[in-house]
Ligand binder design. Sequence first.
Ligand SMILES: Cc1cc2nc3c(=O)[nH]c(=O)nc-3n(C[C@H](O)[C@H](O)[C@H](O)COP(=O)(O)OP(=O)(O)OC[C@H]3O[C@@H](n4cnc5c(N)ncnc54)[C@H](O)[C@@H]3O)c2cc1C
Length: 367
Amino acid sequence: MSEESEIWDAIVIGGGPAGSTTARYIAEGGKRVLVLDGRDSIGSPLQCGELVPTNDEMRRLCPNVPDIDDLLQTPEEAISRRTTEMHIVPPSGRPLRYPFEGMMLNRVFHDEWLVDLASSKGAEYLTGARVESVNGETVTLRDGRNFHGKIIVGAGGHNDPLRRARWSESSLKIPIKFVLMEGEFGDAVELHFGSMAPGGYAWVFPKERGANIGLGIQNKFSKGRSLNSLAEGFISNFEGDITFRGAGSLPMSGSIKQFVKGNHLLVGDSAGMVLPSNGAGITIAMVGGRIAGQTVVSHLDEGTSLHQYEKEWKRQMGSVMRNSKLSFKIGSWIMRLPDWVLNLAFNPVTKPFVWRFVTCRKPFFIF
Ligand SMILES: Cc1cc2nc3c(=O)[nH]c(=O)nc-3n(C[C@H](O)[C@H](O)[C@H](O)COP(=O)(O)OP(=O)(O)OC[C@H]3O[C@@H](n4cnc5c(N)ncnc54)[C@H](O)[C@@H]3O)c2cc1C
């Protein structure tokens, strides 16, 4: 049977962290799954700050997510550098310092490795396959080819074609510019807040050699200043040769209300699975991908409702996502204050509260 005439158990649109993880668990459950991705080489070009928490840090951040070591098996070759501190930096440049176990990835290699992992379980991939539309069980590519699946999963990122066609809920998207710069940037990951990144933040994440430096904003707070000029302004604070320039868009409204419509599912960025208070999306997309994949398998084997995926997501991630959304809302308001107020607001007394905001705990201990 050809790929086109086969009725796949599931078709996954997009082979990023969400799609490849979903496919991995569907294949592990013994089902036939095809991943369609518009890129020729999944993961390229780089669109990322490349920071993820270690597995221990993930257990602290998302305590209801089980079996983290099975889910996140990051190979050493995908890790550029391990970091031990996070600095939250107000406009004054005087940071609040926190212990934080992070991993700076070689993101391109990381995503390729996720493809290899899913393929090793039996998932099949078709690259250079841009999806144009989805109609019931039929997925149509831009070149006119049709593929058929009992379940269709939209894991195409913030501009996913299934989300565009069937979901009307809109999400706030933060535009981002970033560079890779050569040089020595220490051992701490830095998040910078203030008027240099209105409504968003800037980052300096050190790699084995050099750093990933970027900035994202909310346009409505930027008072006419363009992302380009703000990003160039921030990046010009650092000296080193720029070896790569990238851009992207990050959904910052948190997870959407409904992930399932009939036999259609969304996962990862397409479902808003990014923690808005810190921009973490890679590991969170993989948490969603595992739940989606496992639910698809039990739906096909035992008739379990696909809505079990939403229930399980809420059980594992509901409170973390709720806290993160609240922190982002309060944070967006605070970040509109003048820089001199922010400099006063980031101080040793507020230090624990700031950390609760960033790490998605209840901001004020009680609510
Ligand atoms: C600039 C930037 C910096 C970031 N930094 C970090 C960070 O430091 N740490 C972190 O955890 N997260 C970060 N994120 C967020 C993180 O990258 C995403 O949350 C994560 O990649 C989501 O995974 P995904 O699989 O849902 O989507 P994606 O990784 O976007 O993958 C989507 C895939 O779908 C494919 N696709 C899209 N449309 C179609 C179509 N029509 N047909 C076929 N295929 C299609 C794409 O080619 C792509 O391979 C950052 C995001 C951006 C933009």
